[in-house]
Design a protein around this ligand. Structure first.
Ligand SMILES: Cc1cc2nc3c(=O)[nH]c(=O)nc-3n(C[C@H](O)[C@H](O)[C@H](O)COP(=O)(O)OP(=O)(O)OC[C@H]3O[C@@H](n4cnc5c(N)ncnc54)[C@H](O)[C@@H]3O)c2cc1C
Length: 405
């Protein structure tokens, strides 16, 4: 069926599916089991984790955040980040793809109410388990998301766009795409809009491969993105608002949770190593056991940091003023920096716990994949770029006067 002609109604059975069927935790566990079984092959062959997403679709995991009235489960940010963590423990690429997809879904859900096309999109994500990709990186602009080179061109009821999309993870596998663009040819680089597109609204021509150290299953190839679509694909709200209220909080919370999952998987392996080593030497701890304690401590810090930011976001979620406050923006922006550094630190300690057994690429305690995957975290929007941009706002935001406020 042509997407543009699709007339969809809410599937009543879908809405009650969660009540009768397995819980979100069980659904995530089933998907994680499939992802874990395929993780080494996905990494080795740098291929999309098809098996994990087959199960994710069966379990209706892609549409969990869609409100019940549009056929989803109305899951919260807590639910979604928990799923990212669970998947991260199994397969980093699966978790990161899921995290990116949910970030795009959040934009459609939070800024698409009352807009017929966006509501259709919500229904397709819930009913047909559409997977949405993301295009923010452009040309030589790196992670400078708040400036776009390519502009949309308006012609009557349609718009067009040609974009040098340097990196679109799982672009070839996605059913739709959410992209930023300059509002019009005469607009400033920072005057941006967001578009939510179905697959037949655009075409992709591959321009770069994805032969990387880690996160190989995200298949984040470069494309020339050509868009030709009805004008209702453009969100009426300007991108700066969507960026602050939704894109950044969801991206940073979901990514951090996926990275925490990778870190937790490495800690699990390190723990198993210590136990085995101690058992085989009459209870004597291996020489690098203190690294295990350090790994546990940094994982605890990472989880606490995410949990604190989750609570703050959940409290402010529907309060525009609170979301735009300097304190919130500063905290949610720096979450990404801190979480990625802690995730790398945790995996490094875990690997050093296991020594050669962690370093080698074979055996039950190998942690090479975890380390390679987690090393993507500080550069996925470069931490140094974020810190340089945050310098002024950090200076302006206050120092807390009490411990808990
Ligand atoms: C696993 C993973 C998945 C990702 N998925 C997506 C996605 O789905 N969609 C998306 O839009 N982005 C995606 N990204 C990209 C990410 O969002 C950032 O934009 C990107 O990591 C920043 O890259 P950078 O280090 O090149 O840029 P920055 O560190 O921000 O900037 C590097 C700067 O160096 C210069 N430069 C870079 N390369 C060259 C070169 N070859 N020659 C000369 N100068 C150069 C440029 O001036 C550039 O501004 C993904 C990244 C990762 C790691």
């Amino acid at each position: 069926m042509n997407v543009r002609e699709a007339v969809l109604t809410v599937d009543e059975t879908q809405a009650s599916f969660l009540e009768q069927g397995p819980s979100l935790t069980e659904r995530a566990a089933r998907t994680a089991a499939a992802a874990a079984a395929d993780a080494d092959a996905v990494d080795r062959d740098a291929r999309f984790p098809h098996k994990a997403f087959e199960v994710a679709r069966e379990q209706k995991l892609l549409g969990v955040m869609i409100p019940v009235e549009y056929g989803g489960f109305g899951a919260s940010i807590y639910d979604v980040t928990d799923i990212c963590y669970t998947l991260g423990r199994a397969c980093a690429s699966t978790a990161m793809i899921y995290a990116m997809h949910q970030t795009k879904v959040a934009c459609v859900v939070r800024h698409g109410h009352g807009i017929p096309w966006m509501e259709t999109m919500m229904r397709r994500v819930a009913r047909d388990q559409w997977l949405l990709a993301s295009s923010t990186t452009e040309g030589q602009n790196g992670g400078n998301i708040r400036a776009s080179a390519a502009a949309i061109d308006h012609a009557g009821d349609t718009v067009s766009l040609v974009r040098d999309a340097t990196v679109i993870s799982y672009g070839a596998e996605a059913d739709g795409l959410v992209t930023i663009a300059r509002r019009a040819t005469e607009a400033a680089a920072s005057d941006q809009v967001l578009l939510a597109l179905a697959k037949d609204d655009y075409s992709l021509k591959q321009t770069q491969g994805w032969e990387t150290l880690g996160m190989r299953g995200t298949c984040s190839t470069g494309f020339e993105l050509k868009v030709d679509c009805p004008a209702d694909r453009v969100f009426p709200e300007s991108y700066d608002k969507i960026h602050a209220q939704t894109m950044t909080p969801f991206a940073h919370l979901c990514w951090s949770s996926a990275w925490a999952g990778i870190a937790a998987a490495a800690v699990t392996r390190a723990q198993a190593f210590i136990r085995k080593a101690a058992r085989s030497s009459g209870g004597q701890m291996p020489p690098a056991a203190s690294h295990f304690t350090a790994a546990k401590m940094s994982l605890a810090k990472l989880r606490a940091l995410i949990a604190a930011n989750l609570d703050v976001f959940a409290r402010a979620e529907h309060d525009e003023r609170a979301l735009s406050s300097l304190d919130f923006q500063s905290s949610i922006t720096l979450l990404k920096v801190q979480a990625s550094e802690l995730a790398v630190e945790t995996v490094m300690h875990a690997m050093r716990t296991a020594g050669l057994s962690g370093y080698r690429n074979d055996g039950e305690f190998t942690m090479g994949r975890h380390l390679r995957d987690v090393l993507s975290s500080p550069i996925m929007i470069n931490n140094d770029r974020i810190l340089a941009n945050a310098a002024t706002s950090t200076l302006m935001s206050g120092v807390p006067l009490s411990l808990r406020d």
